[in-house]
Design a protein around this ligand. Structure first.
Ligand code: UTP
Length: 303
């Protein structure tokens, strides 16, 4: 990652081959990434963020049951024809913009759910020898300005280093995240010196938690190939990043924006509320509805 013109990311990997067990029974047939916040599935928010950051090749790591993701990004000829005939141009544009012109989607099957690190490794042939992004669609990041990945891509293009999105979490939550130790922060970036998967609050090196946005050097593939299964019997991306630290620079990036963990029930509810309250057509009705629901259920205002 040293040639300035080769530093801009063009390819983004979306690992979507997980089982999504926390959303069963819905995820029995609907992949977690297809769950909507208002009118867009989670995967669309992540795709839009990657395109805004400059990516034109989107690599979806799927499993053989996740046809819905591929179908969603495929052209819907019949639907488009019907909308066109009905003069529904606004809706037609929405359907067509799922994947704008000039952006290509590539689907790679992960035959066994062997972990996030293994899912990323599945993209090796398509990525080749250039830096790339990884986005976990269930981490939804809301920001009025540039998206989190665009912020990171600009910083990484300037530094030539890999970059991992981080956010501060309460100390008692460290066991739910990858946690990093860093040098001092400047311009939202701090050089990572250590990364630990799900440490207890007592052993956590900080309360800076890894969030699902990464810009990685292609060096990670060679490392992943020789990474043995770690926590939970899975090939962990965190373990490979820890080894990458010994070979190349990796920065933590404190992005601007609010992240919702839509892999959990409460995170998806929170995201839906936030997007509804920020929606130009829905905000008033949503606020009224929430107030009356709280009143009806006798929920006291929490001070
Ligand atoms: P999660 O830890 O959220 O697992 O994976 P999950 O299976 O999706 O969800 P739960 O915990 O069972 O509810 C983090 C990300 O890594 C992907 C997932 O799709 C998700 O985006 N992943 C995980 C893979 O693509 N392959 C794997 O083998 C494991």
């Amino acid at each position: 990652m040293t040639q300035p013109d080769q530093r801009r990311i063009r390819k983004a990997v979306f690992p979507v081959a997980g089982l999504g067990t926390r959303f069963l029974p819905a995820t029995k047939t609907v992949p977690k990434e297809m769950l909507p916040v208002i009118d867009k599935p989670l995967i669309q928010y992540a795709v839009d963020e990657a395109i805004e950051a400059g990516c034109d090749t989107l690599i979806f790591i799927t499993n053989r049951y996740k046809h819905a993701v591929a179908d969603y990004f495929d052209k819907a000829y019949e639907l488009e024809q019907k909308l066109e005939r009905a003069g529904k141009h606004e809706q037609l544009a929405l359907v067509r913009n799922v994947l704008p012109e000039g952006v290509r989607a590539v689907f790679v099957t992960q035959t066994e759910a062997l972990g996030l690190g293994h899912a990323v490794l599945c993209a090796k042939e398509v990525i080749g020898d250039e830096p790339f992004a990884v986005l976990l669609p269930d981490d939804l990041i809301w920001n009025r300005g540039p998206g989190a990945l665009k912020q990171m891509a600009d910083a990484a293009a300037a530094s030539g280093c890999s970059s991992i999105a981080v956010q501060d979490v309460p100390p008692e939550k460290t066991a739910s995240y990858g946690i990093v130790a860093t040098g001092d922060f400047a311009n939202r970036q701090g050089r990572i010196t250590r990364i630990v998967e799900k440490p207890s609050p007592e052993s956590a090196p900080s309360n800076l938690a890894v969030v699902g946005r990464y810009i990685l050097s292609p060096r990670i593939f060679g490392i992943l190939e020789s990474t043995t299964p770690g926590a939970g019997g899975e090939i962990q991306l965190t373990d490979a990043i820890e080894r990458l630290l010994g070979e190349e620079c990796v920065d933590a990036y404190r992005f601007r924006g609010t992240r919702f963990d839509c892999g959990t029930h409460i995170g998806l509810i929170e995201a839906t509320i936030r997007y509804a309250l920020d929606h130009e057509k829905l905000s008033d009705a949503a606020a009224q509805m929430m107030q009356s629901a709280l009143r009806e259920l006798g929920v006291e205002e929490i001070s």
